[in-house]
Structure formats: C-alpha cells, structure tokens
Design a protein around this ligand. Structure first.
Ligand code: NDP
Length: 499
C-alpha cells in the first residue's frame, strides 16, 4: 500500500503556509485524533510553532492497541529472516533520510544539528541494523535432566507492547525500543514525548515505506498523563518499555503493577565522574566537559557530579570552567554550534531555579547560569542558558542530590579512594559512573564498588549495543540491550520432554 505524501498528515485543510498537522499512525494510515484536538509543537530555540500534534486520548490508544492486536498473530508467525530483512529496510530508510531527520531533531529539541548528525541519527540506524542481526542469531537454552528428561526453552513474542520515550534523544531512544520489539515478533504502540514528535512521525513514514505491515508499528502522539497513561493501563498491552523521569516511572509502575504487565524502566541519573590524581588530566577534562554539557546536559548519563582528588581539585575546576566558557553556543542549525537550546523555557527556568538554590545552599557559581549574550535576534525567544560549573556544595545538598537534567555540573574534592566511593554512591540514583585513573588495580577495585548499572573507566558514553544497559536504585528496573532486550520482549516457556 502506498500513501500519497499529502495523505500522510492529518491536515485539516488549513491555508498553505500554516504549520503542518501531524497524524497518529494507526493500522497503516495517518489519522487525526478522534477528539479533533491538537497541541502546538515548538522549536525551543526560537519559540516558534513548527507543527501541531494530536492531543490523543484513550479512544486513539484503544484504536492503536486494537490494530496491533489484530496484526499480532500474522507478524508473530513471520520468520526471523523476514523480520530481519524488514528491520534492515527500515535502517536503510533512516539512512536515506539522515540529513532530513537530523534537521527535524535539531528543530524539535534545540540540540546542535552537528550532534544530531553525529549521534542521534547514526544511532537510530545502528539500532535497527543491530537487532536485524540479533533476530538471526537468537538461540535459547536446553537443560537435560540427566537421562530422565530434556527441557528446552521456547521464547515467544509477548503480543502488543507499549513503547514510551522522552524528549532528550527522541529517535535514538524510540528506535532502541521499536527495533527489538519488532525483531522478536511483537507489535507495538509507541508514544513519544509531546515536546518532540517530529522524528517519530518520520519513523512511521519510513516504516510504512519499508513495508512494515499495517498494525505492526503504531504511533500515538499526545500528553503523558492522557495518551501515555491510557496506554499503560490498556488491558491488551502486555509489556511497557519506558524511558523517562523517575517520578513518571513510579507512576507507570504503580499503574501497571496490579495488571501484571512486564515493565522495563530506564529512569533518571545523577552520575558521578571521579578523577584520581594519576589520571591523564587533559583527556579527562576534555571528556568531562562533554559528559557534563553534551545535549545541554540533558542526557540521563551526564556526569553531573564531578569528584576530584584534592591535589588536582583546583586544576579540575579551572579546566572545566575554561572549557565550558569556550563552548560555541548559538543557533542549533549552525553546523559550528556545540551547545544549543534547552528543551523549553519552562525547563530552562527550572534549571535556573536550581542555580539560585545552589547559591542559597552555600555553593559558588564558577561560571555560567545566565542567558548567553550575543545571540541572534531570531533566538530571542529561545530557552538558552550558559553551562554552569558550581563548587562549594555539601554532598547532601539538594543540588547535589536531585536530577537537574540541564547544563549544571558540581565539583567536589575528595581525600582518598574510600571517600571517593562513598561520595559517588551517595545518591538515590545508580545509572552510570565514570572513573579516571591510570592505576589498573584501582580501576577494577573502584569500578566494582560503584553502585551503577554502567561504569566507564577513562571514557564516557562509549556504547556497545550488546551490553546490559540500565540502572540500579532509583534509576530503574531491568536492562535493555543485546540479549536483555530480546529477553524482555519475549516470554520464556519451558517444555519438558520425558525421555
Ligand atoms: P518524562 O518522565 O516526563 O516523560 C517520558 C515519557 O513518558 C514522555 O513520552 C511522557 O509524555 C510520558 N509520560 C508522562 N507521564 C506519563 C504517564 N503518567 N503515563 C505514561 N506516560 C507518561 O521524562 P522526560 O520526557 O522529561 O525526559 C527526561 C527524563 O528521562 C530524565 O529524568 C532522564 O534522566 C530520563 N532519561 C532516562 C534515560 C535512561 O536510559 N535511563 C535516557 C534518557 C532520559 P509527555 O512528554 O507527553 O508528558
């Protein structure tokens, strides 16, 4: 089935030049929300409305789940070869439209176009290619019970799965869920953040063009508490893969618990970045400034708490300030820009509020926190904030305990390894950690004692898609990636044959 481009949007026929209306993608076609209501989608760097998206509710969710339910038996019966081929075709579709998608992502999120080109879009392609391969290589277990019986494990797709993703890495994180869900033969309903709907809409078009059968991939736009919440409690949704904030994760867990849905929660972080005095300091600082401020500090894996061994503490503060103030801030669409706009003015105000709090808690703002000077006039309504380095805070202060999810990094000295580990582990979160040292034994010793799902040694954000990814403590439940994703999206069934 091919759909004419004009029919792909749920346009209500408004005049040319009006912003585009996105549609939900349900059962292989783009549709208006049943209630006829739309929300504005803003470019956070300029404040302009760039699209309208469906303000979907339970009726749209029900239609999407029903379509996914209908499509499930047919899709579950496809061969691994067929699903692998389909995922490769989707990957190719993303690759062919890479530049367009990078532009959409930069306009929707305020992130630098250069970052979308380098990180977000290549990762979306890699997600589909990786799980296209995984579909072909999946194996299951066999447990011979001496000579009495043979047990083997069948892994069946679950059925309809809900995929809920946040605004910071929209297509990167959505495809990280869609690809394994489809690789294992499930059908899905995706709900992206209402702040960043554009690349999800483009992904629906790409899936359509790649020949993903109607009902296999469905997309419902809208608000979390309305469309998202309806999806999480729908009785025919068998599993929920959620990436977002810890408070939302708790709400989803509470709603899904009594319904016994399988849940994977990738939540917030307040990640330590520990610099020992034997580290290669220049490299550590170059990477630490990325870890603190890439994507305007809006990455769950951001190293937002730097701990520096006392002998190098002053050098670390100076080095971070020097690098932060050198970042090229400006129009996200300028390919030279390194640091763009935050996701919204509300979010920028929240981050600013934390800097005011830092002052009240006894901290010193070493740099940043103000609106950048010299921005072009078309960026006057944008959500810009200079990257901030803060010192002098107590580890128990709110600024050092709560996830700010913005361009704020704290720096704290430590005396020895024991104190570094205690400080690093001293939050409710446990997503990732970074350690900088050239002492091999210390690297292993410290890494093993850090309460974090991922520990990087002498690097940051170096990802291998096969490894288990996820958090401990308040950073989530479950792991995604490689075999963990394949296991999450399937139900193991033990078959016992008496010999
Ligand atoms: P939110 O938790 O606010 O939202 C995430 C998604 O959930 C959005 O699509 C949102 O919709 C939806 N949602 C909100 N409320 C509900 C609900 N009651 N039921 C179902 N869905 C709902 O997170 P943000 O979008 O603000 O993203 C930032 C957060 O994501 C940070 O805490 C960050 O640490 C975390 N994150 C974690 C990662 C990880 O891998 N651990 C990776 C990236 C980010 P809407 O936007 O429309 O409200």
């Amino acid at each position: 089935v091919t759909v004419e481009p004009a029919a792909r949007k749920a346009s209500d026929g408004r005049a040319a030049g009006a912003v585009e209306d996105l549609g939900n993608y349900i059962d292989g076609s783009f549709r208006q929300p049943r209630n006829g209501r739309f929300l504005d989608d803003l470019n956070p760097a300029t404040g302009e409305v760039i699209a309208r998206l469906p303000d979907s509710d339970a009726a749209d969710v029900a239609a999407a789940v029903e379509a996914a339910q209908r499509a499930f038996p047919g899709f579950a019966a496809t061969t691994a070869q067929e699903r692998s081929r389909l995922l490769l075709d989707v990957a190719r579709g993303i690759e062919e439209r890479a530049e367009h998608l990078a532009m959409l992502e930069a306009r929707d999120t305020g992130k630098p176009l250069a970052l979308a080109r380098r990180l977000d879009i290549p990762r979306a392609i890699a997600n589909f290619r990786f799980f296209a391969g995984a579909a072909l290589h999946a194996a299951s277990e066999c447990h011979p019970t001496d000579s009495a019986a043979l047990n083997y494990t069948l892994r069946r797709p679950l059925g309809v799965v809900a995929l809920i993703s946040p605004w910071n890495l929209p297509i990167y994180l959505l495809t990280w869920k869609v690809a394994p869900a489809l690789a294992t033969g499930n059908t899905c309903v995706a709900k992206p953040s209402e702040l960043t709907p554009l690349t999800a809409g483009a992904l629906a078009e790409i899936c359509h063009d790649a020949g993903v059968p109607p009902g296999v991939f469905n997309l419902v736009h809208g608000l979390g508490p309305r469309a998202g919440a309806a999806l999480t409690v729908h009785p025919d949704v068998r599993a929920i893969s959620f990436t977002g904030g810890t408070a939302t994760g708790a709400a989803i867990m509470g709603a899904a618990g009594p319904l016994f849905k399988k849940v994977s929660l990738e939540l917030g972080g307040k990640n330590p970045n520990v610099l020992f005095d034997d580290a290669d300091l220049e490299t550590a600082l170059d990477v630490s400034v990325q870890s603190a401020f890439m994507n305007q500090g809006q990455i769950c894996l951001s190293g937002s708490r730097v701990f520096a061994e006392r002998r190098i503490y002053d050098q670390v503060v100076e080095g971070l300030v020097a690098r932060a103030t050198r970042l090229k801030i400006g129009d996200p669409l300028d390919p030279a820009t390194e640091f763009g706009s935050l996701i919204s003015r509300d979010h920028a105000a929240k981050v600013s509020g934390y800097l005011t709090l830092a002052g009240a808690e006894g901290g010193k703002i070493e740099c940043g926190g103000a609106r950048p000077s010299g921005l072009a006039s078309h960026l006057a309504g944008g959500a810009f904030l200079d990257p901030a380095v803060v010192t002098g805070l107590a580890p128990a202060s709110r600024v050092m305990q709560e996830e700010i999810f913005g361009p704020v990094v704290t720096v704290t000295p430590f005396a020895d390894e024991e104190e570094a580990i205690a400080l690093a582990n001293g939050t409710r979160f446990g997503l990732s950690a970074t350690v900088w040292t050239n002492d091999l034994r210390r690297a292993h010793r410290v890494a093993a004692r850090l309460e974090a799902g991922t520990v990087w040694v002498n690097t940051w954000l170096l990802r291998d898609l096969r490894v288990p990814f996820g958090g401990t403590k308040m950073s989530g439940i479950g792991r995604e990636g490689g075999r963990d994703s394949l296991e999450f999206f399937t139900e193991p069934q033990n078959i016992c044959i008496k010999l």
